[in-house]
Every structure is written in structure tokens, then in C-alpha cells.
Design a protein. Structure first.
Length: 84
């Protein structure tokens, strides 16, 4: 009898959550971009989305983690520009 035969394989919650968060991120980015195109104002939509994110992340995770998140976003954008 195999040693692993009686082991129940549970779903990997980390992979599930990662996939869920990536889907949400991609859907929201698409929604915001389309809204910005419709309103012809990427700057205003970006400010509104940033304000929403900043205010809520500060409440949820605290100021330091929120600022780290935004710094990471800026760094990611800079790296993306270098690849173009």
C-alpha cells in the first residue's frame, strides 16, 4: 500500500488567493482604463483610484505598508518603461 494513499489533497489556498487577486487587479485596471477613455481623462481617474486605494490601504494595513505598496507600484512602472 502506498504511503500517500490515505492523504487527502486539500486545495492550495495561497494559489487560489493569488489567482483571485490577479483576476480582480486585471478586471479593475481594465474597468478604470475604459472609464478613463470614456471620460477622456486618465489623470482624473488615476487620482480617484489612487485616493481610494491610499485611504483604504492606510486603514487596512497602516501607513507604512500602504506607502511601501505605492513605492512598489512606481518601481514596477519604472522597470516596465525600461523594457519598452
Amino acid at each position: 500500500m502506498s504511503k500517500n494513499q490515505n492523504i487527502i489533497q486539500f486545495p492550495n489556498n495561497i494559489n487560489f488567493k493569488k489567482a483571485k487577486y490577479i483576476k480582480i487587479r486585471d478586471d479593475i485596471e481594465s474597468l478604470l482604463f475604459n472609464y478613463a477613455l470614456d471620460k477622456k481623462d486618465l489623470w482624473a481617474v488615476s487620482l480617484a483610484a489612487g485616493r481610494f486605494a491610499a485611504m483604504n490601504l492606510q486603514k487596512i494595513d497602516g501607513e507604512e505598508k500602504a506607502m511601501d505598496f505605492f513605492k512598489n507600484c512606481v518601481d514596477t512602472q519604472k522597470c516596465s518603461e525600461l523594457k519598452d
